[in-house]
Design a protein around this ligand. Structure first.
Ligand code: NAP
Length: 308
């Protein structure tokens, strides 16, 4: 039987034609021409782990000078060494994006290292998340996720735009969203609400800042497992068998596929795309079935006992 590029046998989803979306090009290939970001600085929040690190790597491969920002020293060190291995100049800065003063200091540090102007590209990737039934979500848990994912994203956008407006320079923002911005996300009330805010913010800021040459887009990853996934999220995933077969693409996404999309959106070739939310998920979020599977409570999905 024929095998697809991902090694599955044709017919895996019940039809001889169902081989899924082919696997991506190899790691190390770039979507744009070499040097596309040479001479430019790209700032990625949360760029030391998971998808943020994968996105940062694609900009680094294209010649960008990289600024990685997050809270933990070990994440910053991991991001810095990954960028250096790719031959990029890199600055890692400790920053909690909930605090506008720390963000100001981050942009100052980037300017001191790579030149006085603001970074050409800002990728707002940092976010917080954990699965929890909504009735058990504490006010602190709610506040922490909304504060990092929505408020932190806005504060970074604001600092980036203020500096570009003052300098009269153009720039590009890529916010990382999530598809439950449209659908809601049972088990993730805090993150879904915050990501809906990020999507809305993208649309507002694109219009406000378009006249000043700043493009603002949102990029939504599908299921892209990676080695840095927080334990609670990884544990949730490990309860589902056959992650590939559960996607219309018959495979999960690879973090570099998000990175290629980010480099395109932030490049001159994506300039006229702004205010847009682009989903990189193999059509998973549009998936519907003729008759839905039986309803399972969020607690059952999380392997937890029901109350009472
Ligand atoms: P992750 O591994 O949990 O990474 C989150 C990053 O954000 C970490 O590097 C963390 O670094 C940083 N961060 C958290 N709080 C911060 C704060 N207050 N200030 C500065 N940095 C902070 O997440 P991921 O799976 O790579 O996801 C990356 C993005 O994609 C997120 O926006 C996520 O919502 C979105 N997404 C992911 C998936 C997926 O399948 N993985 C699906 C949909 C959407 P420190 O701990 O060092 O601060």
């Amino acid at each position: 039987m024929a095998k697809s590029e991902t090694g599955r046998e044709a017919g895996a989803a019940g039809s001889a034609a169902a081989v899924g979306i082919p696997g991506p090009p190899a790691e190390g290939e770039t979507a744009l021409k070499p040097g596309a970001f040479a001479g430019q600085t790209v700032l990625v929040t949360g760029g030391g782990t998971g998808l943020g690190k994968a996105v940062a790597a694609e900009f680094a491969r294209l010649g960008a000078a990289m600024v990685i920002a997050s809270r933990r020293a070990e994440h910053l060190a991991a991001g810095a060494s990954a960028m250096a291995e790719l031959g990029a100049e890199v600055l890692a800065v400790a920053c909690d994006i909930r605090d506008p003063e720390q963000i100001e200091a981050l942009f100052d540090a980037a300017g001191e290292r790579f030149g006085p102007g603001p970074p050409a590209v800002l990728v707002n990737n940092a976010a917080a998340n954990f699965p929890v039934p909504a009735d058990e979500l504490s006010p602190n848990g709610w506040r922490a996720v909304v504060d990092i994912t929505l408020n932190g994203t806005f504060f970074c956008c604001r600092e980036f735009a203020r500096r570009h407006l003052a300098a009269g320079t153009a720039g590009s923002i890529v916010n990382i969203g999530a598809s439950y911005a449209w659908t809601g996300g049972p088990g993730f009330a805090h993150s879904a609400a915050a990501k809906a805010g990020v999507k809305s913010l993208t649309e507002t800021l694109a219009v406000e800042w378009g006249p000043y040459g700043i493009g603002v887009n949102c990029l939504v990853p599908g299921l892209m497992p990676h080695e840095d996934m927080p334990e609670a999220i990884a544990a949730n995933l490990s309860r589902s068998q056959e992650l590939d077969a559960r996607q219309p693409a018959l495979r999960v996404g690879h973090p570099r596929e998000l990175g290629w999309a980010a480099t395109f959106l932030a490049s001159p070739y994506g300039r006229f795309i702004t205010g847009c939310t682009l989903v990189v998920d193999g059509a998973n979020w549009q998936r519907r079935t003729l008759t839905n599977p039986p309803t399972e409570t969020v607690r059952a999905q999380m392997g937890r006992p029901e109350p009472g």
